[in-house]
Design a protein around this ligand. Sequence first.
Ligand SMILES: Cc1cc2nc3c(=O)[nH]c(=O)nc-3n(C[C@H](O)[C@H](O)[C@H](O)COP(=O)(O)OP(=O)(O)OC[C@H]3O[C@@H](n4cnc5c(N)ncnc54)[C@H](O)[C@@H]3O)c2cc1C
Length: 461
Amino acid sequence: MKMARKIVIIGGGDAGTYTLEAIFKKGAEVLKQFDITLVKKDKGGSASICAVPFALQGVFPMKDVAEIDPPEMFVGHGIDYRAETEATGINVEQSTVSLSTGDELKYDYLVIGTGRKPRIPAIEGADLNGVFTMSTVEDGEKIAAAMNAQDAKNAVVLGCGTIGLQVALAFMKKGLKTTLIAGHPTPLSSSLDPDMGTIVRERLEKEGATFVTGKSVDALKGDGGTVKSVVVEGEGIPADIVVISKGMLPNADLAKDAGIKIGATGGIVTDQFLHVKKGGAYIDNVYAVGDCVEVLDAITLRPRLSQFASSALVQAKVIVNNILGVSYPLEPALSPAIAAIANLQVGSVGITAATAERCGIRVVSGKKDKPTKARFYPGRKSMAVKLLFDAYSERLIGAQIISEEMVADRIDGLCNAIRMGMTAKELSRMEKSFDPCVSLHRDVMIDATEKAVEQLTKGKA
Ligand SMILES: Cc1cc2nc3c(=O)[nH]c(=O)nc-3n(C[C@H](O)[C@H](O)[C@H](O)COP(=O)(O)OP(=O)(O)OC[C@H]3O[C@@H](n4cnc5c(N)ncnc54)[C@H](O)[C@@H]3O)c2cc1C
């Protein structure tokens, strides 16, 4: 009988869990071929971190998302599932992983899924009580306890990315006076152009948020070790809770200490099969997955991070297929994203105008705001669509959509259109289905595309 091959997975976040699930999906016969150990620093089974901001908003109890699958589920599949166990070292030459327990694991295949760590700017007072980040379920539980405290009145969020906005909404729902502080005047600046970001900002202001933008934070000030205010250019903003939400860094120290190559983004460098690199060569039995990984951007062809659960899911499939000897390369990332923010669905894919400019790509855009359904249909919503085309090739390279409905499928469709290299003209000729109860005969996306086609035609005249 053939010896089972050993797979060691470091990390039990989405990336590690999806890797396990991708193996489970291959069936019992495949599972039998492997001895799989998963080690993770945090406690319990798998969680849904993506759901934590909504638990804070009261959509469902935190306990429902803090553990989606208990360790017993994985053990039931024959996995040696070790929570509260840290990998302290990787020896690529010996194919071993050392653990905090003193054990050493030998592997045939290693999957590094050590995830992310919050970016914490060097601000005085960032270590005060009442100052939080939002990266783990534990963070969510701490924020919940702080915002539910009797004396909590004022909250400040540093940063206007998706997580910051979703946490700010939880504070507002709880009745806290909430201030968002960010460098850019409009939120979600890494995925939305300012004209689209304005829609989100106005919605949040309607919900009661105050924005302070374009100013620098001097310090967080406390009393008796607990935060009391955030000082912005000399002016104190009262704060019983502060959440620092300035983005996530890859947690790649373990890989780095093992001599594995780290890229300019701070993520682990990988090839198209997610093999890591050491000493100038890719290692064919060591993979990295999830938020700790650097990938190639499909539009700019530059390295980038793609810190989404949806990216980790695709990467896990690539790794498992590769281990099974199936050629299944990772496509360069387009990273379609969708975020629910104050009843708005905010979708984006590809690049923004600012990124295009930074990379020397000239863009022509088309934008339109229209109802989602026929004008006589009750309860229709408005939808804003902005499409960005490469002025040279006329291909779609970015899309941003905001509406109260029907955004996710459209963004995913446009992600495919980008992947297929569709041009503005091709997109403008797309056939669309119509029923007044669910769509509009002259669709907003076609209108936005036609605007871009006009611009492109004018540019050539
Ligand atoms: C609040 C929030 C909301 C989000 N919402 C969305 C969303 O709606 N949609 C979406 O697509 N993405 C979303 N994301 C991003 C998505 O959650 C991440 O891309 C995904 O969780 C990545 O998982 P990961 O396993 O790579 O990282 P992590 O979740 O950081 O997991 C890392 C794992 O590695 C373990 N670990 C680290 N170092 C060691 C070590 N030395 N030894 C052992 N174990 C170790 C940790 O304990 C942990 O188990 C959200 C992220 C956050 C924080």
